[in-house]
Design a protein around this ligand. Structure first.
Ligand code: DAH
Length: 377
């Protein structure tokens, strides 16, 4: 209650106060108001305002009580008002002096410090999840390729045999289908085409080139599926990143240079790369890229002196398949094989993540054990 609401500007009669008990009650309210204001006075300027409010010569609370309540009081009430006023004055004066001393001695400051809300105290923390390691590695790979002009595209996980095999130059009875044969979807009789879970991200090479004229520079991160039995390096679902660059002047040097750049960015500048001849129906020539063993530094010997278990002493670790796009593939997407050339690659993401982070069982990626996940915040 502000002092303006105490009715100090009117005589007691106008406030309906006619008995001693009412006077005492009213003074008790005033005293409570004074005490509550007193508790909020912590520095010099607050103290001055406080003092003037109560002790000001002309319009201080006590002066107003004297002028408006005591002086015009009826003889019957005068005594009661005088006694209460004296009591109040004694309390007000001693308290105001006590506040002054407290503020001067600095005691107030420490009281303030004691009462201050400590904003540095920890609040209620909500656990925030983190990206799965595979998602993090996808992100790293995307960042590297985006920085050299590739864009990221994604495609369907359910494919037709045409995109998954035929248009990639893998006809129906080609032996490599045996390695990749996969999960076919149970379709109603008379469905126009069989459907399967894609065995690799390579179908997106075809889908991208169908939609877009050269130059093409894309990477395709995504999930792929194979009828593999689970073990430390196999899972029925895993992850790949496909890459495709097609233009009119792409050479084998652009190809190896790009791959080497990626591998050094991903594993660190200290690693070396090499490639060996390989075979894929949709690339010609095809290669297999190796990286110098990141566990033994390429020496083939572990720090303990024994043969490196990771590369089995070879000093090299097989990374992924790649090659120059086979001209036959261009035929499926209406590109002129005489005018364009390019390269493609397909990396096993899980394998890259396992090598980079020293993980020796692919199954941990799919078990979602928080003790594993928490190690990669
Ligand atoms: N699709 C192949 C696989 O899953 C990997 C691959 C090899 C992709 C060579 C390519 C490539 O684009 O050029 O085994």
């Amino acid at each position: 209650m502000p002092t303006s609401e105490l009715g100090l500007d009117k005589p007691l009669a106008a406030l309906g106060i006619s008995e001693a008990a009412q006077v005492t009650a009213r003074f008790a309210e005033i005293r409570a108001l004074f005490d509550s204001q007193s508790a909020t006075v912590h520095d010099d300027s607050q103290w001055k305002t406080f003092r003037d409010t109560w002790l000001g010569r002309k319009s201080g609370v006590l002066a107003q009580i004297t002028d408006n309540w005591l002086k015009p009081a009826t003889p019957g009430l005068k005594r009661a008002v005088g006694a209460s006023l004296n009591e109040l004055r004694a309390h007000v004066e001693s308290q105001i002096e006590a506040r002054r001393l407290a503020i001067e001695s600095g005691a107030e400051e420490s009281a303030l410090a004691r009462e201050r809300v400590d904003l540095s105290l920890p609040g209620v923390t909500r656990p925030i999840g983190s990206h799965h390691l595979i998602r993090q590695v996808f992100q790293q790979i995307e960042d590297i390729f985006v920085s050299i002009g590739f864009s990221v595209v994604e495609g369907p996980e359910i494919e037709t045999p045409y995109y998954n095999f035929e248009a990639l130059n893998i006809p129906e009875f080609h032996p490599v289908r045996d390695d990749m044969d996969t999960f076919y979807i149970d379709l109603p009789k008379g469905a126009p085409t069989p459907l399967l879970l894609r065995t690799h991200t390579s179908p997106m090479q075809i889908r991208t080139m169908e939609k877009q004229k050269p130059p093409v520079r894309v990477i395709v991160p995504g999930k792929v599926y194979r009828r593999d039995n689970p073990d430390a390096t196999h899972s029925f679902a895993f992850h790949q990143v496909e890459g495709l660059a097609v233009d009119t002047d792409i050479t084998f040097c652009d190809f190896t240079g790009t791959i080497e750049y990626f591998v050094k960015q991903f594993f660190g500048p200290g690693v070396n790369t090499r490639f060996r001849p390989s075979y894929f129906p949709f690339t010609e020539p095809s290669v297999e890229f190796d990286v110098s063993c990141i566990f033994c530094g390429g020496s083939g010997t572990a720090a303990s002196g024994v043969t490196c278990a990771k590369c089995k002493g070879a000093g090299w670790i097989e990374l992924f398949g790649a090659g120059m796009v086979d001209p036959a593939v261009y035929g499926f997407v209406n590109y002129d094989a005489k005018k364009v050339n390019g390269f493609a690659f397909g990396m096993g993401m899980d394998r890259l993540a396992m090598l980079k982070y020293g993980i020796d069982d692919i199954q941990v990626f799919f078990q979602n054990d928080v003790r594993f996940l928490r190690q990669f915040p």
